[in-house]
Write a protein that binds this ligand. Sequence first.
Ligand SMILES: O=c1[nH]c(=O)c2[nH]c(=O)[nH]c2[nH]1
Length: 294
Amino acid sequence: MAYALPLHQHGKSKVRLGRVWRDGNVHHMVEWNVNTMLESDMEHAFFKGENTGMTATDTQKNTVYVVAQRMSQKCTVEQFAIALAQHFVLTYPLVSKSKVYVEQKPWNRVQMGGLPHDHGYALAGTEVRTAYVTYDKAGKLEVTAGLKELSLLKTTQSGYEGFLRDEYTVLPEVNDRIMASTVTCTWKYTNQPTCYDAAFAAAKSALLDAFLGPAKGGVYSPSVQYTLYNMAKNLLDRVPQSESVFLNMPNLHFIPVNPVGSKFNNDVYVATSEPHGNIEAVVTRRGMIPHAKL
Ligand SMILES: O=c1[nH]c(=O)c2[nH]c(=O)[nH]c2[nH]1
């Protein structure tokens, strides 16, 4: 006995991508999380196990990257979703309706000293300020200030070369890549600042400046490790009351995509959060005792 099939559809979920448009030195970047769903005359797949004419969800995923690449001018999330939705219906005769849902991450261009940064972005509204305080009977006060979930990204001025190669290494050496991280940082005060807000602001801008470099041109990073050290160093330079800095920086990979043989043109990337690199260190003034990771 054949039962009714009043609804069926198939699609791909959570296709995450980064799209960068390069206008000379000024880059425009978006990160999208795309879900596709196709309604189609595919009853025979359910009833008979025949896949003839089916647009595979893997094909749908590749198409997400291809259409993102075809958007040659900087576009809105709506314009991209329309182009993708129309592509499915206009390309595949059995597809009667396409449904495309896209979420855009709130990456905002960083303003540095009042100037928009050429290629530096920060995620809006995610950063958390932290304070860890201990006080003992002898009157000893220890204050460790910090921040976490500060997401930073730059679309260029980052590379990774010269690392050990053996039979387990497949990673190509690159001198231009996206670098993105969600920074956790704590710094311990030897002397208490007169204004914690001002010290926090100085610390945060020290981190941002070392990660991104100047608004025009940025600064080259040969590794997350080097940038991390320079962020900590900048903080110790600019916050004289601090004695040691702990930094944790996941390396959130944006992997170049060549959708269906098309050439990667520094434009479309698979946006990933797992697995990710994880780099951390404690940097202190000479003679100072490092504070524990909190
Ligand atoms: O900046 C980097 N540091 C690493 O330790 C590392 N490892 C890796 O695979 N890519 C990178 N990038």
